[in-house]
Design a protein around this ligand. Structure first.
Ligand code: PBG
Length: 336
């Protein structure tokens, strides 16, 4: 972007003049954060009228399906446009072929139906990856120690179809297999789900920041090996642009960079190069770091929550998946 150097020099130019009072700062602020920028990831578990706190994510719990309508109604009333469902799958349902992933009555699909029937005007986003259903904890099907691509894509398509059938508004493939966006888009067209959106986890890195999430969905203890043969090398930036271009060409409507805060350079580059709806995932480890430091009194929790989310907007993101969504939406609404 070209910058015009047309200001005077000191003392005629005193930049502090524009910062001198709150009303003026409000008036010249370049970016805004609103509840409409937030997607709220929610963990779901079996059971009735129950919640289970996640130790490594203070303030976040898994909830039973019957509690989701109230949570969704609250989120919508706060102006949050979308909830993203992550299931804690009963270990007994984890298999080599991951068939629970496309069971029309699996936990995730029951959650979608419960929310959409009670609060139709909130959007439900899903996660498409096999890790909650895989005995190996991997996002793809494992054959002789290898995460096999094409067979996984076929499974992901069945999974996506069951989610669309359950009423999902946005499918979120987080698996990083090759060819999955084209396959999912083809299925959606063919099965009459022309209006279902795909928010592709296009630039998803093999990150240590997912640790608390894997606790939350019960995948940490079962994961055999790492995810480095499909998730991206944190050293790469050009590759992220290739992944985004590829996913857009295959029919993604929205794209995502994940994790968020350590990858703001990727967010900024993505928005500048593609000018499409661009999202970041402020992942579990980022949430845990900020919460833990706040609990210790080392950081002002409220200030860093707001600052971290504004940083995504400044970098060019249209929105953020964040576990802070309801907490921050309440603060933002009170400020209006
Ligand atoms: C599943 C998935 C993961 C996250 C979202 N979807 C974990 C992983 O890839 O291991 C991480 C989210 C977070 O850390 O908050 N594929």
């Amino acid at each position: 972007m070209a910058r015009s150097q047309n200001h005077a020099s000191f003392p005629a130019y005193r930049p502090r003049r524009l910062r001198a009072q709150p009303a003026l700062r409000d008036m010249v602020r370049e970016n805004t954060l609103t509840p409409a920028d937030l997607i709220w990831p929610v963990f779901v578990m079996d059971g009735q009228d129950d919640a289970h706190p996640i130790a490594s994510m203070p303030g976040v719990s898994r909830h039973t399906v019957d509690r989701l309508p109230a949570l969704a109604a609250k989120a919508r009333s706060l102006g949050i446009p979308a909830i993203c469902i992550f299931p804690y799958t009963n270990p007994a349902f984890k298999t080599q072929d991951c068939a629970e992933a496309w069971n029309p009555d699996n936990l995730s699909n029951r959650a979608i139906k419960a929310i959409k029937s009670a609060v139709p005007d909130i959007m439900v986003m899903t996660d498409i990856a096999l890790d909650p259903y895989n005995i190996n904890g991997q996002d793809g099907i494992v054959r002789a120690g290898e995460i096999v691509n094409d067979e996984t894509v076929a499974a992901l398509v069945k999974m996506g179809e069951s989610q669309a059938q359950s009423g999902a508004d946005i499918l979120g493939p987080s698996d990083m297999m090759d060819g999955r966006i084209a396959a999912l888009r083809g299925m959606l067209e063919q099965k009459g789900f022309q209006n279902v959106n795909i928010l592709s986890y296009s630039a998803k890195y093999a990150s240590g920041f997912y640790g608390p999430f894997r606790d939350a969905v019960g995948a940490a203890s079962v994961l055999i090996g790492d995810k480095n043969t499909y998730q991206m090398d944190p050293a790469n930036s050009n590759e992220a642009m290739r992944m985004i271009a590829r996913d857009l060409s295959e029919g993604a409507d929205l794209v995502m960079v994940k994790p968020g805060m350590p990858y703001l350079d990727i967010c900024q580059r993505a928005k500048a190069e593609f000018q499409v709806p661009t999202f970041a995932y402020q992942v579990s480890g980022e949430y845990a770091m900020l919460k833990a430091a706040a609990q210790n009194g080392w950081l002002d929790g409220r200030q860093v929550m707001l600052e971290s989310l504004m940083a995504f907007k400044r970098a060019g993101c249209d929105g953020v998946l964040t576990y802070f969504a309801p907490e921050v939406a309440e603060i933002l609404l009170r400020k209006l």
